[in-house]
Design a protein around this ligand. Structure first.
Ligand code: NAP
Length: 248
């Protein structure tokens, strides 16, 4: 039980990687706020799975790109569980297309969810985490390190998130708030299922040393490590869970 008694908010915790992190954290003894934006049924299903593990869980709707939603998310978390220990900025979206096809709306939506969202969540969580220290884990992507050709807006959002991780770590350090990022390679979820079936996804797999996509638990276990007392001296860093992606 590496997270016994901790209270964790996981944005986009209802599906995919966020759900896997939520279940691993619960299995390690944490109580969980499962944030979602629109799929309430998925969030309720994840809450039920956490409760089946014997932990408490709460599904809370909030669009991470909206300040008022996020403020309410943390206010309700603290009202329900009494405090906050861990924030995982996992909510993210992507729209695969070439640079010249990206619309202003695509840019605003992707930067809004993937970068402005974590910025707002870090700011709003700080007030609560400052009381006794805590952890922030940002789910970036190897795309933020190699500037993926078919996802320029997504790559820029994740590069920004890596920068935000290091920048916010400076402000967290005096308060005992450790801020790190996990950069997954390609993991099979709703976000990547179609891509993985096509040549684009197969090309990404071919660029890994392990020649296969990653599993949800590969990312979740890295997030347990970063949230736990197994490490107390890492901050502002990026942990790649990418099958040894060889960046072109
Ligand atoms: P996913 O299966 O599509 O799940 C996305 C989750 O984010 C859902 O719970 C969704 O909730 C939530 N969400 C989306 N926009 C939101 C918003 N504005 N506010 C609050 N919640 C929002 O995606 P995934 O593959 O698990 O990806 C999770 C994270 O890992 C993302 O940040 C992604 O960029 C990153 N990542 C994924 C991969 C991969 O290969 N899968 C690789 C590298 C990085 P609703 O269903 O309610 O909308």
């Amino acid at each position: 039980m590496r997270l016994e008694g901790k209270i964790a908010v996981i944005t986009g915790g209802s599906r995919g990687i966020g759900r896997a992190i939520a279940l691993r954290y619960a299995a390690e003894g944490a109580d969980i706020v499962v944030n979602y934006r629109q799929d309430e049924a998925a969030a309720r299903d994840t809450v039920a799975a956490i409760e089946a593990l014997g932990r408490r869980a709460l599904a809370l709707r909030a669009d991470v790109s909206r300040r008022a939603d996020v403020r309410e998310l943390f206010a309700k978390t603290v009202a329900h569980f009494g405090r906050l220990d861990i924030l995982v900025n996992n909510a993210g979206i992507n729209r695969v297309c070439f640079f010249e096809e990206i619309t202003d709306q695509d840019w605003d939506d992707i930067l809004g969810t993937n970068l402005k969202g974590p910025f707002i969540c870090c700011q709003e969580a700080f007030a609560h985490l400052k009381e006794r220290g805590g952890r922030i884990i940002n789910i970036a992507s190897v795309a933020g390190q190699y500037h993926g050709p078919k996802t320029v807006h997504y790559a820029v959002s994740k590069a920004g998130l890596i920068s935000l991780t290091a920048a916010v770590a400076r402000y967290g350090a005096p308060h005992g708030i450790l801020v790190n990022a996990v950069a997954p390679g390609i993991i099979e979820t709703d976000l990547t299922r179609d891509e993985l079936r096509g040549p684009g996804g197969q090309n990404i797999v071919a660029l890994t040393l392990l020649k296969r996509p990653g599993q949800l638990d590969d990312v979740a276990s890295a997030c347990v490590f970063l949230a736990s007392d197994e490490q107390n001296y890492m901050t502002g860093q990026v942990l790649a869970v990418s099958g040894g992606a060889v960046l072109p």
